[in-house]
Design a protein around this ligand. Structure first.
Ligand code: DC
Length: 220
């Protein structure tokens, strides 16, 4: 069994790296943030306030989420594209504060990790979701670099982007994700720390691959 947990704030390149590492080692890639995003999307669509726990509970009881074959499924609808907006980023961060929401995503995530070898990325995979993961990595980069990467991604996608606004959003979401009561973003004691500020994608993939090989003896 091989479970690679990659945690860290947004904009560190976690998703790109996790996907590349999964392909290199023949593992399944699981994006837990995408499931919080899908629940954030449903809450927005249905006018459910993240602060209204009873309403969120009712919504959860009537919702199926899954991360199947690289697609984010919300009640059998593929929402993979729809959830990549700034509005949904904040909605996901808001709804992810609730313990009942986290329990639902944790249950799906743990089930997926029990059926196959995975690279799972999120905020609390190494601390809460799979604390006994064979490999744990905490990835970070400076807020300025993370905002700059997001800004460039948006420009490349032909979308409008305001660097100062993105920088503020990065900081607001970091603060919210690391100060919530339930499973806040933090490094697991036994996680390898990786600062990607001055590394390109290939260098980070190599570094993560090296950690996997060192910990497990598995080679790509
Ligand atoms: O990784 P991401 O930006 O797609 O995640 C969206 C939000 O979901 C993020 O702001 C915090 C939350 N999240 C979480 O609380 N725990 C996880 N394991 C993954 C994401």
């Amino acid at each position: 069994m091989l479970r690679v947990a990659i945690d860290g704030p947004s904009g560190t390149g976690k998703s790109t790296i996790a996907k590349a590492v999964a392909a290199r080692f023949g593992l399944e890639y699981i994006d837990t943030g995408a499931m919080y995003r899908a629940l954030g999307l449903k809450a927005l669509r249905n006018g459910v306030d993240a602060a209204d726990e009873a309403a969120v509970k009712k919504m959860l009881d009537e919702t199926a989420i899954d991360f199947a074959g690289g697609c984010t499924m919300l009640d059998d609808e593929d929402v993979s594209g729809l959830i990549r907006t700034n509005e949904i980023s904040m909605a996901a961060s808001n709804i992810s504060k609730l313990a009942i929401v986290r329990a639902k995503v944790d249950e799906v995530s743990r089930y997926l990790a029990s059926t196959k070898d995975v690279v799972m990325e999120g905020r609390d995979i190494g601390t809460t979701v799979i604390p006994d993961a064979e490999v744990k990595i905490f990835m970070t980069a400076s807020p300025e670099i993370r905002a700059r990467r997001r800004y460039e991604q948006l420009l490349e996608a032909g979308k409008e982007a305001d660097y100062d606004k993105i920088y503020e959003e990065v900081q607001a979401r970091d603060y919210q994700d690391s100060h919530r009561e339930v499973s806040p973003l933090r490094q697991a004691e036994d996680a390898a720390f990786l600062d990607t500020s001055d590394l390109n994608i290939e260098e980070v993939v190599d570094a993560v691959s090296g950690i996997i090989t060192e910990k497990t003896g598995r080679t790509a």
